[in-house]
Design a protein around this ligand. Structure first.
Ligand code: NDP
Ligand code: 2IT
Length: 444
């Protein structure tokens, strides 16, 4: 049996109850086959793939906190420190009722390759909790964040592990988490990114994931002789990534006609009104029905449906496995040209294959949503030098990083005989740097 197949079987056996983690590992190892098989005995002897697919450390803890009625609540929490070969662990925290070990491990695993692709010195990690911030008061969210950090602070630090936001963790949560870290440790240090601008945050971090997604999408289209100008774009999600993806797509001359949340979706033939979307989601923390109420020309539909809308470019920006085979078929039937992932692993393996087989340009999240974590690394740099850079400075660095990622993943795909396969290109380019660092540092 080939070494890749041996490791796939081992990972499958050891993590049989973790479908998302298995999906992420399968995608990466299948892409790496060509690299591994060129020097199989060396990698097998080093147990390189076993080390790559096993987190360096997994921290599981409980979070007890008191709700507004005086009732004690208990949540499960996680921090997976996956790989520190190229830098301190770096990756977001997700607060959502669906969070479990499989989801945090898949996110941590993907983060290793994504962070490598940024070209910046950051290792991979991820954390979170099954706490649901929806419907909670600010005091309840604060109580939860303080209790969460009261345990997490033991394992993080500006040179060890630097968490940030993800689903359900935005500026409000990062503020509460940072305050508690400072209170317990007495340290005013860049231990979290995505901080507010008055206490060490970076300009453009809020916008970075969505903007970065559009910078790489634009680079992809340019390389294929076209641009975003005049294109119809379909976006899913209505959170941090979706909002700033929509904004940048519009700035680049595209028309974005959809967005969605977990209840339903909006079709707005005149183009999504970003100011209204921000008011509904960032200020009121309300549902998309309020967007429709304020904008009668838009349609609101319950459930899923954005992928049925005719478009040139589709940008999934909500959550994992939100774009399945039937959705891919609908997109192809409607003539989609490119799909670039804003979310982490939003496209199933079958749907990815179908899109690629049908000539759709496809960039996977670990390349196309890397602008968020890249800008987090720029926030870390600013914290270290105790300086603030201007919006333009950060934004132009972000643009350069995304264009560079596009160049690197295209070249890697070409070099290994898979021109145009940006999934393989991303996995291979991300892997090579991490492996080089792991080998140089010995068996640790
Ligand atoms: P937010 O919490 O700001 O927004 C998530 C959005 O997705 C909401 O509109 C949410 O709707 C919707 N959604 C629909 N179904 C689900 C579901 N089953 N689970 C969770 N959300 C759902 O998160 P972000 O915008 O920050 O993250 C979106 C995606 O982008 C995630 O995959 C995340 O991992 C990824 N990502 C985020 C980065 C960042 O910097 N924030 C960086 C790189 C990737 P509702 O409000 O109804 O739940
Ligand atoms: O998935 C991701 O890359 C993020 N949620 C951002 C991580 C970070 O450390 O900024």
């Amino acid at each position: 049996m080939s070494y890749v197949d041996e490791v796939l079987a081992r990972v499958q056996k050891q993590n049989a109850d973790q479908p998302e983690f298995l999906q992420a590992v399968k995608e990466v190892l299948e892409s790496l086959r060509v690299v591994i098989e060129a020097d199989e005995e060396k990698y097998r002897k080093e147990a390189l793939l076993e080390r790559l697919t096993t987190p360096e450390r997994q921290i599981l803890f409980r979070v007890p906190w008191v709700d507004d009625k005086g009732q004690v609540q208990v949540n499960n929490a996680y921090r997976i420190q996956f790989n520190s070969a190229i830098g301190p662990y770096k990756g977001g925290l997700r607060f959502h009722p669906s969070v479990n070990l499989s989801i945090i491990k898949f996110l941590g695993f993907e983060q290793v390759f994504k962070n490598s692709l940024t070209g910046l010195p950051i290792g991979g990690g991820k954390g979170g909790s099954d706490f649901d911030p929806k419907g909670k008061s600010d005091r309840e969210v604060m109580a939860f964040c303080q209790a969460f950090m009261t345990e997490l602070y033991k394992y993080i630090g500006k040179d060890e592990d630097v968490p940030a936001g993800d689903i359900g963790v935005g500026g409000r949560e990062i503020g509460f988490l940072y305050g508690q870290y400072k209170k317990i440790t007495g340290l005013y240090e860049g231990v979290l990114t995505g901080k507010g601008l008055t206490y060490g945050g970076s300009l453009a971090r809020t916008e970075a994931t969505g903007y970065g997604l559009l910078y790489i999408t634009n680079a992809l289209l340019k390389d294929h002789g076209t641009s975003l100008e005049g294109k119809t774009v379909v976006v899913s999600g209505a959170g941090n990534v979706a909002t700033y993806a929509i904004q940048k797509a519009q700035q680049l001359g595209a028309k974005v006609v959809t967005c969605s949340d977990s209840n339903g979706w909006i079709y707005d033939p005149d183009g999504i009104d970003v100011a209204l979307l921000k008011e509904v989601k960032e200020v009121k923390r309300a549902r998309l029905t309020e967007y429709k109420a304020a904008r009668p020309s838009a349609e609101y539909h319950e459930g899923k449906g954005v992928w049925t809308v005719k478009c040139d470019v589709a940008l999934p920006c909500a959550t994992q496995n939100e774009l399945g085979l039937d959705d891919a078929k609908a997109l192809v039937a409607n003539g989609v040209m490119a799909v670039c992932e804003g979310a982490n692993m939003p496209t199933t393996l079958e749907a990815t294959q179908y899109l690629q087989d049908n000539g759709v340009l496809f960039i996977c999240g670990k390349a196309s949503n890397a602008g968020g974590v890249a800008t987090s690394a720029l926030e870390m740099s600013q914290n270290s030098e105790r300086l603030h850079w201007t919006f333009e400075e950060v934004d132009s660095k972000l643009q350069g990083i995304m264009e560079n990622i596009y160049k690197n993943i295209s070249e890697a795909a070409k070099k290994y005989g898979m021109e145009g396969n940006y999934v393989a290109g991303a996995n291979i380019a991300g892997f090579l740097k991490v492996v080089n660092a792991m080998e140089a540092q010995g068996i640790v």
